[in-house]
Design a protein around this ligand. Structure first.
Ligand SMILES: Nc1ncnc2c1ncn2[C@@H]1O[C@H](COP(=O)(O)OP(=O)(O)O)[C@@H](O)[C@H]1O
Ligand SMILES: Cc1cn([C@H]2C[C@H](O)[C@@H](COP(=O)(O)OP(=O)(O)O)O2)c(=O)[nH]c1=O
Length: 214
């Protein structure tokens, strides 16, 4: 099956467990891209759109969604989001997204207890990013960070669940090996060091894109 939508510009995604630091790193990367003069779109999933709000309510336990219903809610949110991004972006745009497909493939694989191949099939119409960076932080460290920052615990934020999602992420990166640029970085380092590693990877990807379009 061919991918139904293409995204103009450079599409960068940060992935990781809850608490890995993707919100922090997306903000720093967005600032960096803007300072470099790129037209930058910062975005995240779940989005603030109708399905994203449904998903967030379910994550907080405010509404009840079965694992399969939540999986389709994330996918509806993503399909809506990606169509919107395709309209907003131009060849010169850099899109920085906090989570995308690999979150679905890792978290829903665990939550909905279906094989990865099932999720990969449903993901086929959607474009792959130019670069997916996994911010690698152990589940134990993530839970410790989350406990410091928040009073409430969301659907996937327990140690046992994050341990399973951590292993699932590895299977996802292996399954997509060679299909687009992916990178795993050690996220258990000071924020500025992690940011530097992300910038190195983004600069290399942007330089490669620029030279291939000459
Ligand atoms: N490299 C880091 N080292 C220590 N703490 C961090 C680091 N990156 C983020 N944090 C802290 O961990 C918590 C979760 O970070 P956040 O960026 O919100 O993670 P996520 O969006 O992946 O859940 C926040 O309190 C943040 O300040
Ligand atoms: C995008 C996406 C997120 N998720 C989960 C991962 C996280 O547990 C949660 C989003 O939380 P997170 O990205 O940590 O958002 P915030 O920083 O606002 O709390 O949603 C999925 O299960 N599937 C998906 O497709």
């Amino acid at each position: 099956m061919s991918r139904d939508i293409t995204i103009p510009g450079a599409f960068i995604v940060l992935e990781g467990l809850d608490g890995a630091g993707t919100t922090t790193q997306c903000a720093l990367l967005t600032d960096w891209c803007e300072r470099q003069g790129y037209h930058t779109i910062a975005t995240r999933e779940p989005t603030d759109g109708p399905w994203g709000k449904q998903a967030r309510a379910a994550l907080k336990g405010e509404t009840e969604l079965s694992p399969l219903a939540l999986a389709f809610t994330f996918m509806a949110d993503r399909a809506h989001h990606i169509a919107h991004l395709a309209q907003q972006a131009t060849d010169q745009t850099v899109i920085v997204s906090d989570r995308y497909l690999f979150s679905y493939l890792a978290y829903q694989q665990i939550d909905a207890a279906k094989p990865l191949s099932w999720f990969v099939e449903t993901a086929k119409p959607l474009p792959l990013p130019d670069l997916t960076i996994y911010v690698d932080v152990s589940p134990e460290r993530c839970v410790a960070r989350l406990q410091m920052g928040r009073a409430h615990v969301e659907r996937f934020e327990r140690l046992g669940t994050l341990q399973k999602v951590y292993a699932a992420y590895q299977t996802v990166f292996t399954a997509y090996d060679g299909q687009h640029s992916t990178l795993m970085i050690d996220g258990d380092q000071p924020i500025e060091i992690v940011h530097g590693l992300i910038i190195d990877a983004v600069e290399a990807m942007l330089a490669k894109r620029a030279s291939s379009s000459e």
